[in-house]
Ligand binder design. Sequence first.
Ligand code: PHE
Length: 363
Amino acid sequence: MEDLQQLETEITTAITACDTLSGLEELRVSEVGKKGRVSLMMRELGKMTPEEKKTFGPKLNGLKTVIIDSIADRKGALELAELNHRLQSERIDITLPTPAENQGSIHPITQVIDEVAEIFTEIGFSIAEGPEIEEDFYNFTALNIPAEHPARQMHDTFYLPENSDGNRKVLRTHTSPVQIRTMLSGPPPYRIIAPGRTYRCDSDATHTPMFHQVEALVIDKNIHMGHLKWCIEEFCRKFFELDNVKIRFRPSYFPFTEPSAEVDIGCSFKNGEIRIGEGDDWLEIMGCGMVNPRVLENVNLDPNEYQGFAFGLGLDRISMLKWGIPDLRDFFAADLRWLKHYGFAALDIPSLSTQNTNIGGGK
Ligand code: PHE
């Protein structure tokens, strides 16, 4: 009895004094492991008289529990100390700059989307989104492009396999379906831009099967073409950072706008390089127009009460123009050397817009 008390003190002192996990494990094995001292003592119980068993049994069990518990406690403390030590020694200061060779960069398209969003949100637009796998209804029908309409062929559409209901979804061929989604989502007025990926089956130096557009839609009472013109001019002035941009509206045709126009920007081609805002050449940058009354009817708006304009702009094309990038296919080739050259520093913030103006007027 005396012995057991003494033994407990001896072992718990050793446990408390032990300062490595491996040392602790050795202690566990040598005391309460299969052939450990206390385990062997428990085996001796078998040889005792029932009376002795009655006194020694519970005491030995108690001793074993105390040992196991204090080993667990000590183990917890040692593990915590080890973790703290590791955290301290592996500490990383995330506010330090990344070494140059590991630094990623912002893709020109991401940068351009940020800049476009900056310009339009400052004049009162919000940002809308829609799915890239789109229903035929939003991509075509509701935009006044019914089945068999020749305009469908203009789009080189990627179709998905037929659904059980016989319909085929498409990879959206433009961002215009977001117009429909926006107008069906709640009551007017609307002032949105919708940047995103679009798809057409086409590939050369100025076309890739996946490309980017930004759509703009403004619907309110008393919106007219003057608003459209101002908006586009203002955008070009800010985006290309030029005080004097020459812009030309050429009559055109889109089923979802009436009248429709294509917008050209003044430029020059010198030594194989394009310069925006100079010279006597023109480059097409977007399609636009007043939203066709039929489209408004398709989304249950009364064209006598509400009007508006829309335009769609190729983001890849305006990036090429702004930064003089010659081949569109390189944008998506994931070539790190190209990204290093044309990419933007991660902390670059677009700060193109300066003044606050209100478009449309409405009420
Ligand atoms: N969706 C047209 C295209 O992709 C562009 C456009 C948008 C034209 C909005 C007019 C109005 O070519």
